[in-house]
Design a protein around this ligand. Structure first.
Ligand code: PLP
Length: 383
């Protein structure tokens, strides 16, 4: 059953009607891009068109490398392993998605020097907090552009510039999976060596992503096999997923900054209306640069998991922290890193709007949340 209102766009931005139409037309060109016959060549041409679109939309140069992967998880693993193979220390932040934290922490268990930079209470990773740990031997600095749970947007351009002055050979990487389609995301302006993207965060299909690499940066493949993707990723390409990624990129390009403005209007309306309806509400990262569609809300006296179920019964989707950790008993590592206690994290929901959510949708969400929260607060909680 499809939801009436999907306010969980940071988990997955399900394809809209236009993209659903594109999916069926893409089914006509599913040849193997490595085949020399016309079916294969057509699939190859479609993939190269998607690659050119991606380069254009994210401001990567013609000489920069774009490797299509099975998602942001693989892209992050590829750049982390590639950097680690060069030797030297690894620096990342405690805010990162588990697909950055898990491989980096594995290297730490194997004896490598690893630093997890702590964010401020507002969810930002400051330039100083990173630079403090950088040495000429640093192999990797990986800081996400935008956080998936609280939406804080880190000063990547400044971090990259500062790291270069101390460690010119370090790979500076940013996970931009949540930034694409929500804020300008321009590879050449960010000044990083590598950037990770994910298709299903912008209305493409899950299981597809990309790693953008600065011209001249050489990395070992993570997946070895055939010579696909410039010998950087073996395996027959996900032709359908890559085509649809290209079309989703074209759509966000067409919408331009109007898309960001719409999201921001929706999010601001939500926060104003919710504050008017409910007491004891606190928004995280509100005072800093953050994604225009994301609202991380602490609701005193509420269990976020119970609220998610109550909303789901009304066919409204929200989440508690990251989708990947939903269903797990652990509290959000992001909020904990920001200095909040466990109780606070368990009373926090994440609302992440689609670009097509209108004011009526916001009113519906606020009405349902207010009703459920008021009901839950009136029932004494078991100790
Ligand atoms: N990085 C961030 C910041 C994310 O939010 C996610 C997914 O939630 C990922 C990486 C993983 O993306 P994928 O599902 O494409 O592997």
């Amino acid at each position: 059953m499809r939801p009436i209102l999907d306010c969980d766009a940071n988990a997955t931005y399900s394809p809209d009607e236009q993209i659903r139409g594109v999916i069926s037309s893409c089914l006509n060109s599913l040849g193997n891009p490595s085949s020399t016959h016309r079916g294969g060549q057509r699939a190859r041409a479609d993939i190269e068109e998607a690659r050119a679109t991606l380069r254009r939309v994210v401001g990567a140069g013609g000489a920069d490398t774009v490797v299509f992967t099975s998602g942001a998880t693989e892209a992050n693993n590829m750049v982390i392993r590639g950097a680690a193979q060069r030797g030297g220390g690894l620096i990342t932040s405690a805010l990162e998605h588990p697909c950055v934290l898990a491989p980096v922490l594995q290297y730490q268990r194997e004896g490598r020097s690893v630093v997890l930079v702590q964010p401020e209470r507002d969810g930002l990773v400051s330039v100083e907090s990173v630079v403090r740990h950088v040495t000429p031997e640093t192999a990797l600095v990986s800081i996400m552009l935008a956080n998936n749970e609280v939406g804080s947007v880190n000063p990547i351009q400044e971090i990259a510039a500062a790291v270069r002055t101390i460690a010119p050979k370090a790979i500076v990487h940013t996970d931009a999976a949540q930034a694409l389609g929500k804020i300008p995301c321009v590879f050449s302006l960010l000044g990083v060596d590598a950037m990770t993207l994910s298709a299903h965060k912008i209305g493409g299909l899950s299981g597809v992503g990309a790693l953008v690499l600065r011209h001249g940066l050489e990395l070992e493949p993570l997946i070895r096999g055939g010579a696909q993707e410039g010998k950087l990723r073996g395996g027959t390409e996900n032709v359908l997923g890559i085509n649809v990624f290209g079309k989703a990129l074209e759509l966000i390009e067409k919408e331009g900054s109007e898309r960001f403005a719409r999201m921001s209007h929706t999010r601001d309306l939500f926060e104003t209306r919710l504050t008017a309806e409910l007491s004891d509400v606190e928004f995280h990262a509100r005072a800093v640069s953050r994604l225009p569609n994301t609202s991380s809300v602490y609701l005193a006296g509420i269990r976020a998991d119970d609220l998610i179920v109550a909303m789901d019964l009304e066919r409204i989707l929200i989440s508690s922290g990251a989708a990947c950790s939903s269903g797990k008993p652990e509290p959000s590592h992001v909020l904990m890193a920001m200095g909040f206690d466990e109780e606070h994290t368990r009373s926090t929901i994440r609302v992440s709007f689609r670009a097509d959510c209108d004011d009526a949708g916001v009113e519906r969400l606020v009405a349902s949340l207010s009703k459920a929260v008021t009901r839950m607060r009136s029932v004494p909680r078991a100790a």
